[in-house]
Design a protein around this ligand. Structure first.
Ligand SMILES: Cc1cn([C@H]2C[C@H](O)[C@@H](COP(=O)(O)OP(=O)(O)O[C@H]3O[C@@H](C)C(=O)[C@@H](O)[C@H]3O)O2)c(=O)[nH]c1=O
Length: 179
């Protein structure tokens, strides 16, 4: 596996190194030892979730959880294509409130690791897009928090105008004027 850093410490593109043969390929997608060796901490997926998105330009996010329920996630696409975004919310971080984004598509061989303390969201770039998440923590209702995908203080350069957005995601609070 190859771990490619982004502009935000810990937010990491995880690439696989498939072994090809006459049948096709074999690829390792996750390994706790390799994650730890890459400096990503003790990421141990507790749940695996599927997000199925019917329409192109469906936007979900930006979602995070505060301590003590902060959660890391490893995100990949098994069908279709997304622009995947992480926002740094860690107090004291030199990249606080900065965002980074990358395209993930259905070859499934590239994933984005989002560490605890960062918000996450995506927009689909194709219809019928499936996003598979490995989550570092079990789902507990009531701990979910959000940022507005169109918050002018984040100024995320989404590659398309969102066509489908849940009311919940349209109504997260904007960041304060002091940010
Ligand atoms: C996140 C989650 C939701 N649910 C339920 C709650 C609700 O009834 C339904 C849909 O939940 P949501 O509206 O929160 O789904 P969604 O808006 O897709 O939430 C997801 O967005 C992306 C951007 C992420 O990063 C994920 O971690 C997650 O927050 O599924 C679970 O049962 N388990 C879970 O882990």
């Amino acid at each position: 596996m190859r771990f490619v850093p982004t502009a935000i410490a810990g937010v990491t593109i995880v690439e696989t190194e498939p072994r090809l043969d006459g049948r096709g390929a074999f690829a390792r997608l996750y390994c706790p030892l390799e994650f730890a060796a890459a400096g990503l901490g003790d990421f141990r997926p507790a749940q695996v979730n599927l997000s199925r998105n019917t329409a192109r330009h469906t936007l979900r996010g930006l979602h995070y959880q505060d301590p003590p329920r902060a959660e890391a996630k490893l995100v990949r696409v098994t069908r279709g294509r997304i622009f995947d975004v992480a926002v740094d919310l860690r107090p004291g971080s030199p990249t606080l409130y900065r965002w980074t984004g990358t395209v993930l598509d259905e070859d499934g061989l590239r994933a984005l690791f989002i560490p605890e303390g960062c918000a996450h969201g995506f927009i689909t770039l194709a219809p019928e897009t499936d996003v598979l998440y490995q989550m570092g923590r079990n789902f507990e209702p009531g701990w979910g928090r959000g940022l507005r995908y169109d918050d002018p203080r984040l100024a995320i350069a989404w590659p398309a105008v969102p066509a489908v957005v849940d009311d919940k995601d349209r109504n997260w609070p904007l960041l304060g004027a002091d940010v």
